[in-house]
Design a protein around this ligand. Structure first.
Ligand code: HSE
Length: 319
């Protein structure tokens, strides 16, 4: 263990935490990460796991007898240099994830998160601490899972982003597609939950809170600074099967002057109308290229884990 150069701690070992653990181990060799290890895991239900065996996720169904430790305490005492925060989302005050991330930054660790709560609600505070401590906070997985989204603009230096339209919630897009094929809302939602797309509380998907959080994250990233509470929001509860079959999508629109999430019937010529199932897509309107598009899965175990792996490589390549 002492030859390990970079140590990673996982906080929160649910769908995303376990997905990242497995993806990390399956890609470790091809990415040349022989000196990088996940050395600690802390989770409210499973407890504190030190030097986890690589087949941990196969064994961990149900409870374990690892000691239960306060995650913030475990973060403070950890010698890991990177903390991956994968706990459940909370749109009231972003806790406990915010405290986990703050504690990690203040204790000299970089942070990777897929948790939309702290990034949508309290990014300014995190940025201030990150600047002060010189540690990074990366959050690719908060928008479109591992599919390139806001990070794609790094490939077009100088291009100014003028407006964004997008389908940012996999669960509702999946439900709308199922409905367009004749399924009822409840059955389609259950299926989305079974496939691991939906939030722990699916109201967040259905009522548009998840998309609104992503709108706030994108707005902040592009310097427009809409808060989540500024986003005009309507969910998909009132969309009929017929409307779903005629191209109604839960569309997010963001620019300096607008921030909204609403079900809208899109023209047949609109590329976003043809984005189906758990797929997400962004249309990014730029000054130099006009619109550019990115499309891919926006939710799922491995798909979200890919985002954290992307962030991990960014940190490792920088430091
Ligand atoms: N519940 C979210 C979705 C997960 O369906 O898009 C990814 O943020």
């Amino acid at each position: 263990m002492d030859s390990v150069k970079t140590k990673i701690m996982i906080v929160g070992f649910g769908v995303v935490g376990q997905g990242f653990f497995d993806l990390f181990h399956s890609k470790k060799e091809s990415l040349g990460l022989n000196n990088v290890e996940i050395t600690e895991i802390v989770d409210k239900k499973y407890g504190y796991i030190e030097r986890p065996p690589i087949d941990l996720t196969e064994k961990i169904n149900g409870k374990t007898d690892y000691p239960l430790i306060d995650p913030a305490k475990a973060i403070k005492n950890s010698d890991a240099s990177i903390v991956c925060e994968f706990t459940w989302v909370n749109y009231k005050d972003a806790e406990p994830a915010f405290t986990h991330m703050k504690t990690a930054l203040e204790n000299g660790k970089h942070v990777i998160t897929t948790n939309k709560g702290p990034v949508a609600l309290r990014m300014d505070e995190l940025k201030t601490i990150s600047k002060k401590t010189g540690n990074d906070v990366l959050f690719k997985g908060t928008v479109m899972a591992g599919t390139p989204s806001f990070n794609i603009v790094k490939l077009i230096p100088g291009a100014e982003v003028l407006r964004i339209r997008g389908i940012l919630n996999g669960t509702t897009n999946f439900i709308l597609e199922q409905m367009s094929k004749g399924s009822d809302f409840g059955t389609a939602l259950k299926e989305a939950q079974k496939l691991g797309y939906a939030e722990a509380d699916p109201t967040n998907d259905v009522e548009g809170f998840d998309s609104a959080a992503k709108v706030a994250i994108l707005s902040n990233y592009f310097g427009w600074k809409h808060r989540m509470s500024d986003v005009q929001r309507e969910g998909i509860k009132n969309v009929s099967r017929e409307e779903a079959a005629h191209g109604t999508k839960l569309l997010a629109t963001i620019s300096k002057t607008e921030a909204s999430v609403a079900p809208l019937q899109l023209e047949d010529t609109d590329l976003l109308r043809h984005v189906n199932g758990v797929m997400n897509a962004l249309e990014i309107e730029t000054d130099s290229l006009g619109p550019i598009y990115t499309m891919g899965p926006g939710a799922g175990r491995k798909e979200t884990a890919q985002a954290a792996l992307t962030d991990l490589m960014e940190i490792l390549n920088k430091n």
